[in-house]
Design a protein. Structure first.
Length: 109
């Protein structure tokens, strides 16, 4: 599992039948800042994920890749290798909070 930030969406009018109705989002995987562990920073990579939880642009999400992306009832029949499986509320390292959705969005959802 990985953390990622939703940065956009993908629209595809021509696709295999199994993918019709699937919401596709662009995500940038995140990692803990190596210098001081003060927060999350982009890895510089980009993935397209099937959204299984109703995520939106700017949110930090949990993604899975490879065969794990097909382990949910919703994604089992899909030809995918990346899925969003959760929306992150907070991240803590020890007693230190390095991410809070409430703080990042100016009050939360």
């Amino acid at each position: 599992m990985f953390l990622a930030r939703v940065t956009g969406s993908v629209v595809s009018t021509q696709k295999v039948d199994a993918m019709v109705g699937q919401k596709l989002l662009v995500v940038e995987p995140l990692r803990v800042n190596e210098k001081d562990q003060s927060g999350l920073v982009s890895t510089g990579r980009t993935f397209i994920c099937v959204d299984t939880v109703g995520a939106g642009e700017g949110e930090v999400v949990m993604i899975v890749q490879g065969s794990s992306a097909r382990f949910t009832p919703q994604t089992k029949p899909l030809p995918i290798d990346c899925a969003i499986i959760g929306i992150i509320d907070s991240v803590h390292l020890g007693a230190k909070s390095i991410f809070s959705a409430k703080d990042a969005s100016g009050g939360g959802k």
